[in-house]
Design a protein around this ligand. Structure first.
Ligand code: DX5
Ligand code: ZN
Length: 223
């Protein structure tokens, strides 16, 4: 399975958002990961749909991977779809009916992801595996970039990938938080095929070399 890299712009210099996104695209990433936080679901605030809309106008050909860390995805998902999202991921822990939210995001014309926080048992996401395009297993507590990768993550990824395989599903499996050249191989070996990379990319001396290294590394690990 081809491994993809989604650049989390949370760690970028937000005064130059489009340039920083272009930098990631020039480095070879496959998607731009837009972390949306509402100050309720997580103790931090970031950006709303108008920011994505401007970004999409500046860089219309990029693929936008929107990660909603918010209590009310039903209220805002359509705004992000209209703003140019390609893929919208919401959290299983949000107080919604997950199947209805999945259907609403799909109706809005986007691919759908469902995410679980580190403390949520992986089995809780199993009922929705057949309904989504991607499962996102958080490898840090959502809310902030630059945190350390949680060591229990590979076994959680492996449990999801095992269940997907058992059911004959080729659903994308994304990992987000503390992914770098040390932790990425563990994730891919466990079955992740979409890596979110934030601070490791934006703090890299040579982002293109890092991206290339991660792509090559994943190919080597995952024949
Ligand atoms: C955390 C966000 C992540 C994070 C990734 O709540 O969902 O996308 O910004 O950044 P790094 O790679 O720095 O952990
Ligand atoms: Zn994220």
């Amino acid at each position: 399975m081809q491994t993809k890299i989604s650049a989390s712009v949370l760690s970028a210099d937000l005064a130059h958002l489009a340039d920083q996104c272009q930098l990631a695209l020039d480095a070879g990433v496959d998607m731009l990961h837009i972390d949306v936080m509402d100050g309720h679901f997580v103790p931090n605030l970031t950006y709303g749909a108008p920011v994505l809309s401007c970004l999409h106008r500046a860089l219309p050909d990029a693929c936008y991977d929107v990660h909603l860390m918010i209590d009310d995805p039903d209220r805002y998902a359509l705004d992000f779809a209209k703003a140019g999202a390609d893929l919208i991921t919401f959290h299983l822990e949000a107080p919604v009916d997950p199947s209805a939210t999945i259907a609403a995001i799909r109706m809005a014309g986007c691919r759908v992801g469902i995410s679980i926080r580190p403390a949520t048992p992986v089995e809780k996401v199993f009922p929705y595996l057949g309904e989504v395009d991607m499962v996102l297993v958080m490898s840090v507590e959502p809310g902030f970039g630059g945190q350390a990768f949680l060591p229990e993550t590979p076994s959680r990824l492996a449990a999801v990938r095992r269940e997907l395989d058992r059911r004959g599903l080729t659903t994308d499996l994304q990992v987000d938080g503390g992914v770098n050249d040390d932790t990425a191989p563990l994730c891919v070996k466990a079955g992740a095929n979409v890596l979110v990379v934030g601070s490791a990319l934006y703090h890299a001396a040579d982002p293109a070399a890092l991206t290339n290294h991660l792509h090559n590394l994943t190919h080597a690990v995952c024949p």
